[in-house]
Ligand binder design. Structure first.
Ligand code: DAK
Length: 260
């Protein structure tokens, strides 16, 4: 594989983004986070890409966390800067107007678990392992773990995992709802691509608006959330793809969506 920290490849409407530091188990140093930011910026303006797959190079790790050797000597101000950078990039990924599927072959620890949680969907191999082990290093999770884990698995389980730092198996992650599905390692990318292609067959603007309504709606009260859905539903009727989807249904023919 190339020596870039983060690699972007495109296969039709699917983009595959690979965090590429396998010798350090894809640990996130500030350069990797900045490179990921640049790739997300590229994806934001790419109307040909409908779905993104995010993975780590090699089989051993998705991402084994923030880079401990880089973090070790940070002072308070530098630590805040690193956290602000990471949170900005993870939030940019989370709000990208395309679904992102995290493909987790092995370790997703600390910042790695946080990165997976900033994605829309998580597919794990049977060998995947998850943890927020930060308290064992004398720190709190710094890339959104204290916030996203409880939103995904509920308060009690999130507190248990964060306070103990315990590493859990893919099976346990599936049981608590941290991952969507678990498959044998050799099938991992095929499964992810099959799901990505299923999503990419649908009207991309509708999918994007669903992401918007779900993600913004979960932050607010139900009445405000329903109004967000109403707004997004209305927007669909300004698109060519809504006309195409419904006309093709009536005419019993294959749909030809244009992302317009
Ligand atoms: N950082 C840097 N290098 C890492 C790393 C990491 N997180 N994880 C692994 N590596 C490196 C190892 O140092 C080793 O490098 P060499 O010795 O070969 O040069 C190489 O990857 C292979 O790892 P091991 O030799 O250790 O492999 P093993 O199979 O024996 O063990 C392991 C695999 C994943 C169990 C082990 O490497 C491990 O425990 N790694 C650390 C996992 C961890 O604790 N991750 C959480 C990091 S804390 C914040 C911002 C962010 C965060 C917090 C605050 N603010 C700024 C406020 C987030 C924090 C974290 O993510």
């Amino acid at each position: 594989m190339e020596s870039k920290n983060v690699i972007l490849e495109k296969e039709g409407k699917i983009a595959v983004v690979t965090i590429n530091r396998p010798k350090a188990l894809n640990a996130l140093n500030s350069q990797v986070v900045k490179d990921l930011d640049n790739i997300i910026a590229e994806l934001e303006t790419d109307n040909e890409v409908y779905v993104v797959i995010l993975r780590g190079a090699g089989e051993k790790a998705f991402v084994a966390g923030a880079d401990i050797s880089e973090m070790k000597n940070l002072n308070e101000e530098q630590a805040r800067e690193f956290s602000v950078l990471g949170n900005k990039v993870f939030r940019r990924l989370e709000t990208l107007d395309k679904p992102v599927i995290a493909v987790i072959s092995g370790f997703a620890l600390g910042g790695g678990c946080e990165l997976a949680m900033a994605c829309d969907i998580r597919i794990a191999s049977e060998k995947a392992r998850f943890a927020q082990p930060e308290v064992g290093l004398g720190i709190t999770p710094g890339f959104g773990g204290t916030q996203r884990l409880s939103r995904i698995v509920g308060l009690g389980k999130a507190k248990e995992l964060i306070y103990t730092g315990e590493i859990i198996s893919a099976e346990e992650a599936l049981k608590i709802g941290l991952v969507n599905t678990v498959v044998p390692l050799e099938n991992l990318m095929d499964e992810a691509k099959a799901m990505a292609n299923k999503i990419a067959k649908n009207a991309p603007i509708a999918v994007k608006l669903c992401k918007d309504a779900i993600d913004r709606g979960i932050q607010v009260d139900i009445d405000s959330a329903i109004m967000m859905e109403v707004e997004d539903f209305g927007k669909c009727f300004t698109t060519i793809d809504q006309k195409e989807g419904m006309t093709a249904f009536i005419e019993k023919r294959t749909k030809n969506f244009q992302n317009r």
